[in-house]
Unconditional design. Structure first.
Length: 453
């Protein structure tokens, strides 16, 4: 932790030196899924981005409290439940468990806390009461709305005026609102909806209030990092700031990190276009390590275009990298420079793209070989790609390779050549060929390949 971390703060639109509230500790809250359907590859990207950020912070010595929520009360969940004639909680629980399994299959570490809205109703009601008492919200006919005109910094995260917010977003007319942008903290109960008792009558929470309550519960009223996809900046994160900071001094979160969104074959991923790719479906086509390396090969803030062809290219690159390592002569090359370089990249706004690039360069330059590959384990652990070479264990080109045998044989043959025992050297070459290997003598080393390669 001696070296400064520079991260891009969406709140200030600038790169800043990261200074946690408590030295050596980091509190991070990431908005999780609304569990009304199977999670998609957009969820996968966000999960992998913050998974690696948390792994890296822990690796360099921080104690991280990692919180990611589930929105299990929402209009979409209710609509799905009514459509299928099921209970909302059953729909939510089904997709919550599916998401947890998806994350496990993607190799993501579990957050320290995974709170659900349904478990925090009392806290939500208490916070709404406080906001009303501070005169930042009003109740009408059982609904409670946050009055954005009262919060003078509204728009500071999304960098928008209220006029542009109305112009650039579909805002439904509601005669009960004092301002079209006022947002619901509490919704009056309707038919076929789950509801809870409150001072304003039976109802349920609005969308935004939940994250203010759950982050405060696990991280405090002011914490270090709030994360999520860029699509959440407005209105969700903007509203979180307003309802949290109107009653507390200081920033709600000091740093805001937003990952870029994904396209599918150069088109925006959306249900209307029918190009949504669910995580569980993707995992039947692609190994999770391929998915992780694909996303991590892009800087987390940039948009990503996902396609079958690009995953195939990642697979080819990894396959080539494994073969390069196995063909390299075992040499005691110190990889301190490698570790310094990828660590430096991660200190600069968690630049996984640069770190992954450094990894492949060292492999292509022949600097990572069977003798020193253990020195890259920390890198692999932080990226969540340990045992990446196992992807190709059953590949026809590598399935019969016994690297310990061939490396031992090359060592014996090099010794024989050094002693000018050409007969033994030829015998060892023939033995290699009988096992399916071809030896390639170069000036400073002997390489090998399989006959079918």
């Amino acid at each position: 932790m001696k070296k400064d971390i520079h991260l891009y703060n969406s709140l200030t639109n600038s790169k800043e030196i990261f200074k946690p509230l408590v030295p050596g500790n980091v509190g991070i809250y990431v908005c999780g899924p609304t569990v009304y359907s199977s999670s998609h590859m957009g969820h996968a990207r966000s999960a992998i981005v913050f998974d690696v950020i948390v792994r890296f912070l822990r690796q360099i010595g921080f104690k991280v409290n990692y919180v990611k929520n589930f929105t299990d009360i929402d209009d979409k969940i209710i609509e799905k439940a009514n459509e299928l004639n099921q209970k909302s909680e059953d729909i939510a629980n089904k997709y919550k468990q599916e998401y947890i399994e998806d994350m496990k299959n993607l190799g993501c570490i579990s957050p320290d806390h995974e709170p659900c809205v349904s478990q925090n109703i009392n806290g939500i009601i208490d916070l709404i009461k406080e906001i009303i008492d501070k005169d930042f919200a009003y109740e009408i006919n059982g609904d409670v709305y946050f009055q954005i005109d009262k919060f003078k910094e509204y728009g500071k995260l999304s960098n928008q005026s209220t006029d542009s917010m109305i112009e650039n977003n579909r805002i439904e007319f509601n005669p009960n609102k004092k301002n079209p942008l006022d947002f619901a903290l509490w919704k009056k109960v309707k038919n076929n909806e789950p509801s809870w008792e409150s001072p304003w009558g039976n109802g349920r929470p609005g969308w935004h209030i939940e994250c203010s309550v759950m982050s405060c519960k696990h991280l405090g009223k002011n914490f270090d990092i709030h994360g999520g996809g860029r699509d959440l900046i407005f209105p969700h994160h903007e509203n979180e700031i307003a309802q949290s900071e109107c009653i507390n001094s200081g920033n709600f979160a000091n740093y805001w990190i937003h990952n870029g969104l994904i396209n599918i074959n150069k088109e925006k991923m959306s249900k209307s276009l029918g190009n949504m790719i669910n995580i569980k479906d993707a995992l039947t086509r692609w190994h999770p390590i391929l998915i992780r390396i694909f996303f991590l090969s892009h800087h987390y803030r940039t948009p990503v275009d996902l396609s079958e062809e690009k995953l195939i290219e990642i697979e080819k690159s990894l396959k080539k990298a494994k073969n390069k390592i196995m063909l390299s002569k075992p040499k005691s090359i110190d990889l301190t420079d490698f570790n310094n370089l990828w660590m430096e990249a991660m200190h600069d706004d968690f630049n996984t793209a640069k770190a992954i690039g450094i990894f492949f360069k060292y492999i292509n330059d022949g600097k990572i070989n069977p003798s020193n590959i253990d020195q890259v384990k920390i890198f692999e652990q932080v990226m969540g790609i340990t045992n990446w070479t196992s992807i190709f264990e059953h590949d026809s080109e590598t399935s019969n390779i016994d690297s310990s045998f061939i490396n031992n044989l090359i060592s014996k043959r090099n010794e024989a050549r050094k002693n000018k025992n050409w007969e033994l050297a030829d015998e060892l070459r023939n033995e290699a060929e009988q096992k399916g290997f071809i030896l390639i003598d170069e000036k400073e080393q002997t390489l090998w390949k399989t006959k079918d390669r």
